[in-house]
Design a protein around this ligand. Structure first.
Ligand code: SF4
Length: 307
């Protein structure tokens, strides 16, 4: 997953809020365009509705094991930088993995124990290649960006200062190894770079995806034009969301703007139990299937932090 969004703003996430924009004389509120909200809409309008609009919110399925692995890895890579320099050792990492392990979704205790060791080794190998003396500028740092129509919030896994250059680092832990194309086209990464530039009042154009299991690191250096084009893209998606949110406020689940979009991703969807069309896409993946072959998933789902 990309860096996680910061706390989801509540504005605009519940029925009725969008109606406020129509009151005469009142300025139109900025749309709370978190990257995960925007991507949820692009993935599947029905899932977007269930995740952000339906109240009460339909119950999501329990967390899967690969999400536990992703969250643990992110937490260890966060807490590592709080260790005193003398504790930034393989033993220090092993202790962090042990103490923060999330034992949820695994097939059995043996699988959980094996993956705990695997995560420990992967993080140690990853950090072996890192400059452990250079403290990042930010860890899970919230950044924000406001335009004339949207308010973007996000949380960057790591912000580096490399010889005066601000760099966005996003950890990946899924099976899919990211490519430079992924770094170039990622909407969240571009928005994080723009948000970091605004927050720190410094240029930030370099974004990186660090795939912890393989040690692969890919980067893209944006231009002012490419960042601007990504912001335009976010504003365009948010324009659609503002419209469908308002429609939902009027029509509720009768709104035709939230059709299901069945795809192979449905077998992983957290809201599949509430979606007959998605259930027809095949049997649901087991809790630990994400630790195995995910070749049927064409793109990183980005449904949970750490994937
Ligand atoms: S199961 Fe598929 S179609 Fe249904 S909400 Fe989930 S992603 Fe959308």
């Amino acid at each position: 997953m990309t860096g996680a969004d910061a706390e989801e703003p509540t504005q605009g996430s519940a029925p009725g809020v969008s109606r406020q924009a129509a009151l005469p004389g009142m300025p139109t509120p900025l749309y709370p365009a978190s990257p995960s909200r925007l991507l949820a809409w692009l993935d599947c309008p029905r899932r977007y509705r269930m995740q952000y609009l339906d109240r009460p919110r339909p119950q999501a399925r329990p967390q899967r094991a690969h999400t536990s692995v992703g969250i643990t890895t992110h937490n260890v890579l966060r807490d590592f930088w709080d260790l005193p320099p003398g504790r930034r050792t393989p033993d220090g990492v092993a202790e962090l993995v042990r103490s923060s392990w999330i034992d949820v979704g695994f097939r059995d205790p043996e699988q959980s124990a094996a993956w705990r060791l695997r995560v420990r080794d992967a993080v140690v190998d990853y950090l072996r290649g890192a400059d452990r003396e250079r403290q990042p500028v930010g860890i899970e740092r919230s950044v924000a960006l406001r335009t004339e129509s949207i308010a973007v919030t996000g949380r960057v896994d790591r912000l580096d200062d490399r010889d005066g250059e601000l760099v966005v680092v996003d950890y990946k832990t899924g099976r899919q190894v990211p490519t430079e194309e992924d770094a170039r086209t990622s909407l969240p990464l571009a928005l994080y770079a723009a948000g970091a530039a605004r927050t720190f009042r410094r240029e930030c154009v370099r974004v990186e995806l660090h795939h912890v299991p393989s040690g692969t690191q890919v980067a893209h250096v944006h231009t002012a034009e490419s960042i601007s084009s990504k912001i335009d893209e976010a504003e365009s998606i948010a324009t659609d969301l503002r419209r469908v949110d308002a429609e939902f406020a009027d029509l509720g689940v009768e709104s035709p703007s939230f059709p299901p979009r069945p795809s192979p991703l449905c077998t992983w969807c957290d809201f599949r139990a509430h979606c007959a069309e998605g259930q027809r896409m095949g049997p649901e993946k087991s809790d630990w299937a994400g630790l195995e072959d995910r070749s049927d998933v064409g793109a990183e789902p980005g449904w949970a932090r750490g994937e």
